[in-house]
Design a protein around this ligand. Structure first.
Ligand SMILES: C[S@@+](CC[C@H](N)C(=O)[O-])C[C@H]1O[C@@H](n2cnc3c(N)ncnc32)[C@H](O)[C@@H]1O
Ligand code: SF4
Length: 454
């Protein structure tokens, strides 16, 4: 890849885990009744055919990794587990009371924070509580995120027995200096141990998160990290670009400053080095951030055009309705988004009043729904088409015009009423989406709100 292209198209832009992206959700938020009625509508349209997905946010971590941009709460007090799980189960009950029949669950994903902060017993109580009010859909997929430092064999065994077959471990980087700076000491042996246990127990997909662009990271440390990763051969690798967003309240990025970060040029080199090595090891770049072995369902999902993207990133299957449980979780009914209260205290207080605890969201307009379709097509299938009437919109010619330069650079190929991205354009997929993002185009933010695209 020519460095000049990476340089040219490395601009601040959304990650498109939703459209409209969160900063462009309706300022007044979503009316509570609009969320409830669209969630019911989506449930009625899809529960019997594909089932629904559940995302559960488990926000606690024992110590703060100072690079982290997730919604988390740091504590060593494990007596927080029980009350939190009880609140999540109460929230689930509020949803079940809305629905006209038992939910059929296709997917459960436990994210965080650190799901393995919770004891195996409490995780079992949580999952059994969720499943007691539901049936399980055919071809279900249960997955969880885990921190290698606090994952025990018992965690893995318990979750396996509950139906979980995929997990993902945060690794980030193995270099001692990087680990010290981000306050995350995590030797290779620890990651190896949890990976070996997972395989022994029978997990079919073991994934790892790596990050490029961290403080003090060098080409040498990336090479070393990927060489170590090679020994464990995860089925999937998320290779995230470090998002430096210290202006976002509450993320707590500290202990280093801009001077400790690689320059834009160096960061691109880290990405290119990692990408090349992963390619040589047999990983295929799925889209932004994700690599998978050809044996993994995520690779197969590309071929069958089943790849989907949501708030957790890329997934190999999709349901129309995703209910987010727990503090800060985002739900998606296709027609609308809703986000839960962002602090544990507010979240708990509202659930205890018997109210579904959403605090903001967005009801998609007819135009939003069309653009959402195009952005998902581009992010997941690297192509889109406006041939069908329901995918036409008045501004399409302006969108095409905005992509002319990318076309000249060989990053977009137009055909009759559609476009395709060649393989070399995959790192730039966000830039192509930005040409379709009518919300962003009409309301260019005055201050920086997004991280860089590369
Ligand atoms: C919830 S954590 C994964 C589970 C567990 N808490 C852990 O850290 O091992 C989600 C992942 O998001 C990624 N992440 C967090 N903050 C990030 C940032 N500022 N930029 C890029 N990736 C980030 C990390 O790779 C991290 O593993
Ligand atoms: S990276 Fe994971 S363990 Fe570290 S603070 Fe973030 S969520 Fe917690």
């Amino acid at each position: 890849m020519k460095n000049s292209l990476l340089q040219k198209y490395n601009i601040a832009g959304p990650r498109y885990t939703s459209y409209p992206t969160v900063p462009f959700w309706n300022e007044k938020g979503i009316a509570y009744n609009d969320w409830i009625s669209t969630a019911k509508k989506a449930f009625n349209e899809s529960n019997r055919t594909e089932g629904i997905s559940i995302y559960i946010h488990l926000p606690y971590c024992e110590s703060l990794c100072t690079f982290c941009g997730c919604h988390k709460r740091i504590t060593k007090q494990h007596n927080v587990e029980q009350p939190y799980i009880e609140t999540v189960l109460k929230e689930w009950e509020l949803y079940c009371n809305l629905f006209s029949e038992k939910p059929s669950i296709k997917e459960i994903h436990l994210g965080g924070g650190t799901p393995t902060f919770f004891s195996p017993k409490n995780l079992e109580k949580l999952i059994k509580g969720i499943l007691s009010k539901a049936t399980i859909a055919k071809g279900y997929e249960f997955s969880f995120e885990a921190h290698p430092n606090n994952t025990t064999k018992e965690h893995l065994q318990t979750l396996y027995e509950l139906g979980f077959r995929r997990n993902s471990f945060g690794v980030q980087d193995y270099d001692p200096k990087v680990q010290k700076t981000i306050n995350r000491i995590q030797p290779f042996e620890t990651v190896k141990k949890v990976t070996d246990w997972s395989r022994e127990i029978g997990y079919t997909s073991v994934s790892q998160d790596l990050v490029f662009g961290l403080p003090h990271q060098t080409k040498k440390s990336i090479i070393d990290t990927i060489q170590k990763t090679k020994q464990l051969k995860p089925d999937r690798i998320a290779f995230y670009s470090y998002a430096h967003v210290p202006w976002i309240k509450g993320v707590g990025q500290r202990g280093f400053d801009e001077n400790d970060l690689p320059s834009a040029e160096e960061k691109r080199e880290l990405y290119e080095t990692g990408k090349k090595m992963l390619g040589e090891l047999g990983y295929v770049e799925i889209g932004m951030d994700h690599f998978a072995l050809k044996t993994d369902s995520m690779f197969k999902a590309i071929a069958t055009k089943k790849l989907h993207r949501n708030f957790m990133g890329y997934t190999a299957s999709k349901t129309q309705l995703m209910i987010g449980l727990g503090m800060s979780s985002i739900s998606d009914s296709w027609y609308s988004f809703a986000q839960n209260e962002k602090t544990i205290e507010e979240y708990t207080e509202v659930v205890n009043k018997g109210i579904i605890p959403i605090f903001r969201g967005h009801l998609l307009s007819k135009e939003d729904l069309i653009i959402r379709r195009h952005i998902l097509n581009i992010m997941c299938n690297f192509e889109t088409s406006w041939e069908a009437d329901e995918l036409k919109f008045p501004e399409i010619n302006e969108c095409i015009e905005r992509l002319k330069e990318m076309e000249q650079d060989g990053l977009v190929v137009f055909h009759k009423n559609g476009l395709t991205l060649p393989e070399k354009a995959r790192p730039f997929v966000r830039n192509v989406c930005m040409a379709f993002d009518l919300q962003l185009i009409r309301n260019q933010p005055k201050t920086r709100i997004f991280s860089m695209t590369i």
